[in-house]
Design a protein around this ligand. Structure first.
Ligand code: ADP
Ligand code: ASP
Ligand code: MG
Length: 401
């Protein structure tokens, strides 16, 4: 079998963990499998590198950031290769360029365009263990790019897809995907399996366990993922197209996202074209808008509120202030003290009363809902950030208690 394994930063945090992971890789190799192990940077390396950069430049260019951040993964793969060499195993470490991960030119959030597997195949044919740097690629100018936070998951899935791997195993510091973050919700329940669509929603709505782009890729190329523990040897969670129905589960999970801010444009004219101009302004500034609410304001005007990623809040307010001059409005407010809490479940399409149950849980916990958005498989609410963990726990108790 050809197995792609991925190990995240916390699984590689120190020499002892590195040796432990080397043991997992070695065992699979000795069983006779071809192994490509994709690594993240060790522990908090990526955050530490970001801090270093910002000590010297508050707004470093994305290009130089990518040159810097990619070194974390490069260190990790070299060290892991040395660990396996020490165990007497044939091994080679390869960078993003060497594994042929060609991306577009969006530094810091590059998308994989193509993977050239020639070198990978060559090494595998020599029966070497390949230790591949996750998170990084190169663009058509031969510049180093990175894939966005958590991007090693995407590297692993992309390699599994192009190599037609038999398995793609995502080893991490929890033993699978749970109904909520098991490090925050005490009675979270481990799922044996989850569909791509549900996992994609959970990942996009803040469940950090898999990067959303990796789930997108897995769905597109039919790569079955297994999320499992790098600490204990036991089965994890399979992410795949269809799952056996667990009838009593109304939802699959709950996610929290702190990376949001709420923008309100208050007192705009109640006439055609206003919403278009507001959101066209956001689009032209490349700011993603999520939950949108328009309501009647004072004296026949409208208030338009919406959420944006936290880092874009100031920029959004600035460009909207310019637009406001042109269309007339009362004021703009920015609230960074909010979180989005969401429930996800494919069963929502057919069961009624799911949203009501979530709102009841929030009511019982005396938590005010600021905004709501729904789709076929999710309900999200915007609430005060300091209450978000309480909200997740309360909703979890309501559905799974
Ligand atoms: P890695 O370093 O292995 O990439 P991450 O920190 O990116 O690991 O992801 C694992 C973390 O995701 C866990 O430690 C857990 O706190 C968090 N997490 C959030 N939501 C969930 C969930 N629903 N199921 C499992 N883990 C979750
Ligand atoms: N090291 C990168 C990060 O911290 C990529 C990853 O961990 O997957 O985001
Ligand atoms: Mg991760």
């Amino acid at each position: 079998m050809l197995i792609v394994q991925k190990f995240g930063g916390s699984s590689l945090a120190n020499a002892e963990r590195m040796r432990h992971v080397a043991g997992i890789i070695a065992d699979a190799y000795i069983e006779g499998h071809d192994i490509v192990a994709v690594l993240s940077a060790q522990g908090d390396t990526t955050d530490d590198l970001l801090k270093k950069a910002h000590e010297l430049n508050k707004k470093p260019s994305r290009r130089e950031l990518d040159v810097l951040l990619s070194t974390g993964e490069q260190q990790a793969v070299a060290l892991m290769a040395m660990t396996l060499e020490e165990m007497g195993l044939p091994v080679v470490s390869l960078t993003g360029r060497q594994i042929g991960v060609l991306t577009n030119t969006s530094y810091g959030m590059a998308r994989i365009m193509r993977v050239d597997t020639q070198r990978l195949r060559l090494e595998l044919d020599k029966r070497r263990i390949v230790i591949a740097a996750g998170f990084q690629g190169y663009d058509r100018n031969e510049d180093i790019t990175t894939l966005g936070r958590g991007g090693s998951d995407a590297t692993a899935v992309a390699l599994a897809a192009v190599l037609h791997a038999d398995k793609c195993q995502i080893y991490t510091d929890v033993d699978g995907v749970y109904t909520a973050d098991p490090n925050r919700v005490t009675n979270a329940i481990k799922l044996n399996e989850i569909t791509y669509d549900e996992m994609l929603e959970l990942a996009s709505l803040g469940a950090q366990v898999l990067m959303n782009r990796s789930v997108e890729l897995a769905k597109r190329y039919g790569v079955i993922l297994e999320v499992l523990s790098s600490r204990e040897r036991k089965s994890g969670t399979k992410v795949k197209e269809v799952c056996r129905k667990v009838e009593e589960m109304k939802i699959s999970g709950i996610a929290k996202d702190n990376d949001v801010a709420r923008i309100a444009v208050v007192g705009v004219p109640d006439e055609p074209g206003i919403a278009f101009r507001v959101f066209n302004t956001m689009a032209r500034s490349k700011i993603n808008v999520d939950i949108i609410l328009q309501s009647y304001g004072k004296d026949g005007t409208n208030d338009i509120s919406f959420t944006v990623p936290l880092d874009d809040a100031e920029n959004a307010a600035e460009v909207l202030a310019e637009l406001g001059e042109a269309i007339g409005f009362d004021h703009i407010s920015v609230d960074k003290n909010v979180s989005k809490v969401s429930i996800v479940g494919a069963g929502m399409m057919t069961a009624s009363g799911i949203a009501a149950l979530m709102f009841e849980a929030l009511y019982d916990a005396k938590i005010n809902i600021q905004m709501i958005s729904t789709s076929e498989i999710k309900v999200s609410v915007l609430i005060e950030r300091s209450l978000a963990d309480l909200a997740v726990q309360a909703i979890h108790n309501k559905f799974f208690g």
